[in-house]
Design a protein around this ligand. Structure first.
Ligand code: HEM
Length: 457
């Protein structure tokens, strides 16, 4: 990959980089049943010679919102209700009123919401990142980690049985496989987009919108490495608290050759994870062994500066400012100052195109039937018909058969299906403000390389 990125860890065939991985679930918080429906966390810490590089991803390639302000609500709506401890009103209320969330929701309520353990699921970086080469040229990339064990899911019935029998199934399964020396690995793949291709108007979707994927036909996957958890190379942690509980990942932990994109959600995450960790672990969390950049001998390492080492940059001995690692300039906005960024599909039926593709073309009849069953099993627990109607209206916009199938499975219905169709007419604009919808030419053309002026001497 050296033509695309100067990142040391991807630059040499056969190079091995030590990693630490943590898998997690989010739905209902810490008490989340191991096999219950949930987005699964897929977090990788690479200990590179340039410092630690974290990829903090999920078991599917999209997220529930693109507006960073809605990020906390994604999680709050999937957590316990403070008054009653539990209800599904909030979960479906959020999805009903954030049209773009229903692509990820379709994954959540499909059998991918309950993979058959950590080693039977794929991992995705979700966001668009930049890879930068030695000439400061960049491309946009998306990461995919395809499970070599084969991706397998449990049906809702199997999942319920499994989390009754063995509430720690996923952890146990992974632990035992590593202890027994069974192979646990993923093939690392990347999709590459040239900056000049990153034009939402031509692509039909915004490449920086984390609620959207890049079609594989247009942006093929390229293998670039393997992610391996093996006992003879790596090991199971010997003490859960310091090695697993206290690990701290952040999307801002990047190394030279890898940079962020204009995805606002990614940029927000680059700030907020450290704040959470200063609170959770304290200001010296970098010194906890699992977080320490032990492979680095540079400024990222934990060593002492020592006398004779100048304490400022730049200077005539060593330029600690490291212009070679500074970010490559790129256009992050046009001439509009707004929270609005990647809102190409905002308020329009284009929002549902990719979710419809997933439903109509990618899913088998069996997968669709499971999606309907799994969704109805939770939607029936929602107490307010209005939330059910608005949620089904979102599904209706994806495919009316999708909404109808879920509706038909609800045991009690306080409304006719015709009502869903009526409400669906306005569903793309639920929760949207006119001022955040796309308007004007060149309005959303961000992410192109900056024109760097040449200075006259
Ligand atoms: C604005 C939206 C988001 C917010 C507010 C948010 C918030 C958080 C917070 C506060 C943590 C705990 C950090 C810690 O204490 O170490 C966390 C963990 C995590 N987040 Fe997010 N997150 C957001 C979006 C995302 C997205 C888009 C992804 C995936 C692409 C993601 C994946 C993860 C994962 C995998 C973890 C667990 C990492 C670990 O094992 O420590 N989050 N998130």
């Amino acid at each position: 990959m050296s033509e695309l990125t100067k990142a040391d860890l991807y630059n040499e065939v056969g190079k091995r980089t030590p990693i630490f991985m943590r898998f997690s679930a989010a739905f209902l918080g810490k008490e989340s049943p191991d096999q219950g429906p949930s987005p699964r966390g897929f977090a990788i810490k690479h200990y590179t010679k340039d410092g630690n590089y974290d990829i903090v991803g999920l078991n599917w390639p999209i997220f529930f919102c693109r507006d960073p302000m809605q990020g906390p609500d994604v999680f709050q709506s999937q957590q316990r209700n403070p008054e009653k401890s539990l209800d599904y009103n909030a979960t479906f209320d959020f999805l009903a009123n954030v049209p773009e969330s229903n692509h990820a929701a379709m994954m959540l309520f499909s059998n991918h919401g309950h993979p058959k353990g950590w080693r039977k699921m794929n991992g995705y970086g979700c966001h668009t990142f930049k890879w930068v080469n030695k000439e400061s040229q960049f491309v946009y990339v998306k990461y995919h980690f395809i499970c070599d064990q084969g991706s397998e899911q449990l049906t809702w019935e199997e999942a319920k049985k499994k989390y009754g029998e063995d509430p720690d199934f996923s952890n146990r399964d992974l632990w035992e496989a590593i202890e027994k020396g069974e192979p646990v690995s993923w093939t690392a793949k990347v999709q590459v987009m040239k900056p000049e291709q990153a034009d939402a108007a031509k692509l039909g979707f915004d490449p920086f919108d984390v609620t959207k994927i890049w079609p594989r036909m247009k942006f093929p996957m390229q293998d670039f490495g393997r992610l391996v958890l093996e006992k003879n190379l790596e090991k199971n942690p010997k003490d859960y608290h310091p090695y697993v509980e206290q690990s701290a990942f952040s999307p801002s932990s990047m190394v030279s050759g890898i940079e962020e994109s204009t995805d606002m959600l990614l940029q927000a995450r680059m700030f907020l994870y450290r704040d959470a960790q200063y609170h959770r672990l304290g200001v010296n969390f970098h010194q906890i062994q699992v977080n320490c950049p032990f492979m680095s001998s540079g400024s990222a390492s934990m060593g002492f500066g020592g006398s004779g080492n100048t304490h400022y940059a730049s200077n005539s001995s060593v330029n600690k400012f490291r212009p070679d690692t500074a970010e490559v300039p790129y256009e992050v906005s046009d001439n509009i100052v707004s929270r609005q960024s990647h809102y190409f599909t905002e308020g329009t039926h284009k929002e549902y195109d990719q979710a419809r593709e997933l439903y109509d073309r990618v899913m088998s009849d069996e997968a669709r039937a499971a999606l309907h069953d799994n969704t109805a099993a939770l939607l029936k627990l929602v107490e307010y018909p209005n939330i059910q109607i608005r949620y089904l209206a979102q599904c209706y916009c994806i495919n009316h058969k999708y909404a109808q199938a879920i509706y038909d499975l609800l045991p009690e219905r306080a409304f006719d299906f015709g009502r869903v169709g009526e409400v669906a007419e306005d569903a793309p604009s639920f929760g949207k403000e006119r001022k955040f919808m796309p308007f004007g030419k060149n309005h959303r053309l961000v992410g192109n390389p900056a024109t760097i002026p040449t200075y006259q001497k």
